[in-house]
Design a protein around this ligand. Structure first.
Ligand code: SF4
Length: 401
């Protein structure tokens, strides 16, 4: 099919096949891809609003047994640089988030064998008793699987227990590329196969939770495999309708075992636009300015994105791999408005909460924040001593406390 014929069919709303998606990605000029994706964005969000959320990305532990080759964040069990946050530290972060107008934690961490399911349940219950309306967007599918394996409980039972304790929604992390050939090379096949990642999301949707979906591209995958990833998400979304949004970002190579180079900004914009075209059953696409920077983040709004994601109070995982972009609410809003859109605050379900908080009252700017954990700060929070450790090193450390 000629490119112009294909573009006309896409503009008419026809669903892309694997073959037509590949043809578009390989042959369409970047401006054409952008225009097609922008048309879809405009059809789905004709009011010219770009949303964002004020929440805090808290990485509760960096101790991890998964050892993904693309990860610069994890430390091995027993490492002097390993940490697990104390409950009090997490509460202080919540206090600070609330002072900025935020209402949610995005809580993710390593696969720490010395944190049992009861620790998560107690943390969630305590958060909900102290902050009843605060939301917990927590534990990506591989973490849920890890807890399931540690506790010897099936995934639906783990999800049910976590919901009972206060879990509100599940972030789409750990998807990388949902093709097992890629996952084996990246050493993330054991933490979750493609089917297992999708299976956790299916269970979450069946339990009534909404979740997001992600894609980290730019490691060893082919373009066909990126498209396969999108198709698998589209199929599950057809089945459950449980995904609220899709977020893609490029692999950040610094300090990782895999090494290599980062994909360019144009590759990001083309991949984002393609996702907007393939994922016709996703309402929202986020701009990943945390990895691409504010300027490419702004351009994303012309390549299919309708959301600027989270105001980044704190982030540790991609920062460990070299991405150091940070924007507070003032900067996010400035970028949205100068791109010609109306900025609106939302929650995880994409309900509109209002306009910028800093226009209603004084809020601290990013540099005035106090509770982000300083680099090099390590060790286990004291509350973990009350729980049973699984690893020999963990048991020994807790005996010596
Ligand atoms: S990406 Fe997550 S699961 Fe993989 S090594 Fe890093 S912290 Fe562990």
């Amino acid at each position: 099919m000629s490119l112009s014929h294909l573009a006309a069919r896409v503009a008419a709303g026809e669903r892309l096949t694997r073959e037509s998606a590949l043809q578009l990605y390989l042959d369409a000029p970047t401006a054409v891809l952008g225009r097609l994706a922008d048309d879809v964005r405009r059809r789905k969000h004709p009011e010219g609003v770009v949303t964002y959320i004020i929440d805090r990305n808290v990485n509760y532990t960096n101790v991890c047994v998964a050892r993904c080759k693309f990860c610069a964040f994890y430390r091995q069990v027993g490492s002097s640089e390993g940490y697990t946050l104390a409950f009090d530290e997490i509460f202080r972060k919540i206090d600070e988030t609330i002072s900025l107008g935020g209402g949610q934690l995005l809580l993710q961490g390593g696969h720490n064998p010395d944190i049992p399911i009861e620790w998560y349940e107690d943390l969630f219950r305590e958060v909900k008793s102290r902050y009843p309306s605060f939301r917990l967007h927590a534990l990506s599918p591989p973490e849920v699987l890890h807890i399931s394996r540690l506790s010897k409980l099936p995934v639906p039972a783990v999800i049910a227990r976590l919901i009972a304790a206060g879990l509100d929604s599940i972030p789409g992390g750990g998807a990388e590329i949902l093709v097992d050939r890629v996952r084996q090379i990246l050493n993330c096949y054991n933490k979750a196969t493609a089917d297992e990642w999708l299976g956790v999301m299916r269970s979450a949707h069946e339990a009534g939770l909404r979740t997001t979906a992600t894609m980290m591209y730019g490691t060893v995958e082919t373009v066909e495999e990126r498209i396969e990833h999108m198709m698998r998400l589209r199929e599950l979304q057809d089945e459950t309708g449980g995904f609220t949004a899709f977020i893609t970002w490029s692999y950040q190579p610094q300090h990782t075992e895999l090494g290599g180079t980062e994909a360019t900004g144009v590759e990001y914009l083309r991949t984002l636009a393609l996702a907007r075209l393939v994922l016709d059953n996703f309402d929202n696409l986020q701009a990943s300015w945390v990895t691409q920077g504010g300027k490419v983040g702004q351009l994303s709004l012309a390549f299919g994105a309708n959301d600027m994601g989270s105001v980044m109070i704190e982030e540790n995982v991609v920062r460990a791999a070299g991405a150091e972009y940070c924007m507070d609410e003032f900067e996010v809003v400035r970028n949205i408005e100068s791109a010609g859109f109306v900025p609106m605050r939302r929650n995880m379900h994409y309900d509109i909460l209002g306009g910028p908080v800093f226009r209603e009252r004084d809020v601290p700017r990013m540099l005035e924040l106090a509770v982000a954990r300083a680099d090099g700060s390590a060790g286990e929070g004291a509350d973990l001593a009350a729980y049973e450790a699984r690893s020999a090193k963990g048991r020994e450390a807790r005996r010596q406390r």
